[in-house]
Design a protein around this ligand. Structure first.
Ligand SMILES: C[S@@+](CC[C@H](N)C(=O)[O-])C[C@H]1O[C@@H](n2cnc3c(N)ncnc32)[C@H](O)[C@@H]1O
Length: 203
């Protein structure tokens, strides 16, 4: 993946314009970026025709921006990044300004647990931020025919993480997906888990 200067300039503009710059910078930690690049490397094999993508809990839109700069870009018709933190809306639009102006990106303020997606691919890298009950509600709303991409981790040492996983097996067992990818990425402080699959018929 190659990140080009025009995109980096919009990333910097988003950080400069943020009311809480340190918070925005958290989405650029090495572990955060490497986890998203790893997700894209695994997902790109399933983006073989033009697709729409919804990213639930999309935070500041860095994953969307990396997807637009990946080899899958030509097959990405549109990405919607959805988050319940209103502060993320303007920041993620700036981070994805090039694609926002091309009508290929939008950022919306909403609760994913009340949002039924109709996208071809639905990504949720914020599973550790949802309680078990919230995760169940969220998954119940999502369609059976979409590809679902999930990430969680075992980084228990963060107050915002209300539902970390002990290991990959626990994540897979609790996810209610028929998985075609189930992988672990070992980072310096924690492990990130990745599942790609479709909703189990009885989920
Ligand atoms: C710290 S961030 C992202 C963490 C994740 N590991 C990642 O790198 O994408 C978690 C995000 O999930 C969002 N979030 C949590 N619960 C949500 C919900 N029910 N609906 C929408 N967004 C939610 C938060 O507002 C926050 O922006």
């Amino acid at each position: 993946m190659r990140v080009d200067i025009e995109h980096i300039l919009f990333w910097m503009e988003a950080i400069r314009n943020s009311a809480d710059r340190d918070r925005t910078l958290e989405s650029f930690w090495r572990g955060q970026i490497n986890s998203k690049v790893w997700l894209i490397e695994n997902l790109q094999h399933y983006i073989t025709e033009p697709v729409t993508i919804d990213i639930h809990g999309g935070w500041y839109g860095v994953l969307a921006s990396l997807l637009f700069q990946s080899e899958s870009n030509d097959n990405i018709k549109h990405i919607t990044s959805l988050d319940m933190d209103i502060e993320t809306v303007a920041i993620s639009k700036t981070i994805n300004m090039i694609e926002f102006q091309e009508n290929r990106f939008n950022s919306v303020h909403s609760n994913m647990c009340k949002t039924k997606s109709s996208a071809d691919i639905i990504i949720n890298t914020s599973c550790e931020h949802l309680t078990k009950e919230e995760y169940g509600k969220w998954l119940h709303l999502q369609p059976f025919n979409s590809i679902i991409v999930l990430q969680s981790n075992n980084y228990f040492d963060c107050p915002e993480h209300v539902n970390c996983m002990q290991n990959l097996k626990e994540f897979e067992d609790s996810s209610m997906l028929d998985c075609f990818i189930s992988k672990e990425l070992i980072l310096t402080k924690y492990s990130r888990y990745l599942l790609i699959g479709k909703k189990r018929v009885n989920a």
